[in-house]
Design a binder for this molecule. Structure first.
Ligand code: SMG
Ligand code: MG
Length: 371
């Protein structure tokens, strides 16, 4: 039984090594919340993957901060921490705000693992010591530039490329990459940029032999994806639409996708992430771990969940240097030969936060105590 004595939130702004552009916008800095949890049994860290603006998701750093401060952190002060199920039960009445929940639950999970002398991966039931990974490439100014960027990543050892697409920057871009790399594991992510009216265009992507197309239609749609999937040979992977086990169940029942991207923040924590993993495993649906440009804190948690057996497809968990020159956690993650990253084995999260690096990027912080 663990008594949480203090929680500190840090709003950080960490510059990206290069801008990241998706169908909904361009990002040069990662604006995030880090969460530090102190207890009578030790301390740990969590990361919130919300952004500055409600573009990928309705959650923002402001909403996450507020919900954590007013509702989630107090539940941790009100009851001792036994296990993740109890923690989630304590805030089951809070609707949505999954990214805020996942930040606190992630820190709690790391602490629970640490107290048991286990790595977070082992605590979650992970079975793999290295996980396959790829790289997600933002929208580029031309097909030629995209091929250059892809070439550079392949030179670094990545063996799976994901290309962001949007209307006007799709067929020609994917054609160029496919021509340059005929056998490469390649996929596309539309971040909800299309509608069912684009079915003819989306059908043309079948010729590129993509591993999958991620979230072509609305961010909150499940049904129309089932209609689209019937028209495409390319497997659809849902990202934005899946916020819960129930969503995953609906998507699989309707045939809306053949793959699910599991993001711990989007689904509300490591425990619901594992439940979706388990459901997909029983239905023969492969999953992979999505990325939200995490710092080392969130990346370590992603590696832990991705070590579960049904995370068979490469995740968006690239090396730290793909995102940041000075990450706030150590050790940084490096790409192994074979396009894998090693899952941390130390008790708990397996990374430590560098206080000097954190102080450099902290915009403001706030500490909460019981009572
Ligand atoms: O962390 O490597 C990463 C980024 C992976 O493409 C990525 N994420 O829709 O899957 C996605 C996007 C969302 C990023 S919004 C900042
Ligand atoms: Mg996506």
């Amino acid at each position: 039984m663990i008594h949480v004595e203090q929680v500190t939130l840090y709003h950080i702004a960490l510059p990206l090594v290069s801008p990241f552009e998706t169908s909904f916008g361009r990002q040069t800095v990662r604006d995030a919340i880090l969460l530090e949890l102190h207890s009578d049994a030790g301390s740990s860290w969590g990361e919130c993957v919300a952004a500055e603006a409600p573009a990928y998701s309705y959650e923002t750093n402001d909403t996450a901060w507020s919900v954590l401060a007013r509702y989630l952190i107090p539940t941790l002060f009100d009851q001792p921490l036994h296990d993740l199920a109890g923690l989630h039960a304590g805030w089951a009445w809070v609707r949505g705000h999954n990214m805020a929940k996942a930040a606190l639950a992630g820190a709690a999970a790391a602490l629970l693992a640490q107290v048991q002398g286990q790595s977070l991966a082992a605590y979650l039931g992970g079975t793999r010591s290295q996980v396959p990974v790829g790289v997600s490439i933002g929208i580029q100014e031309s097909p030629a530039k995209l091929v250059d960027v892809a070439t550079a990543y392949l030179g670094q050892g990545y063996r799976r490329l994901k290309v962001k697409i949007k209307p006007g920057k799709d067929v020609r871009y994917l054609a160029a990459v496919r021509k340059a790399f005929p056998d490469m594991a390649l996929m596309a992510d539309a971040n909800s940029a299309y509608t069912l009216e684009d079915v003819d265009l989306l059908r043309r992507l079948d010729e590129f032999n993509l591993l999958m197309i991620e979230q072509p239609l609305d961010h909150d749609d499940i049904y129309e994806h089932s209609l689209l999937q019937r028209e495409l040979q390319t497997p659809i992977c849902l990202d934005e639409s899946i916020h819960s086990l129930l969503h995953a169940r609906a998507a699989l029942a309707l045939g809306s996708c053949r793959v699910i991207n599991i993001k711990v923040g989007r689904v509300g924590g490591l425990l619901p992430a594992r439940q979706i993993h388990d459901l997909c495993q029983t239905q023969g649906i492969p999953v992979w771990c999505g990325g939200m440009l995490e710092t080392g804190v969130g990346r370590a948690a992603n590696l832990a969940i991705a070590s579960l057996p049904n995370f068979t497809l490469p995740g968006d968990i690239s090396a730290s240097s793909r995102y940041y020159t000075h990450d706030i956690a150590a050790p940084i993650f490096e790409l192994n030969p074979g396009s894998t990253i090693t899952v941390p084995t130390a008790p708990g999260l397996g990374v430590t936060v560098d206080r000097t690096a954190l102080a450099r990027v902290t915009q403001h912080s706030q500490t909460f105590r019981p009572g």
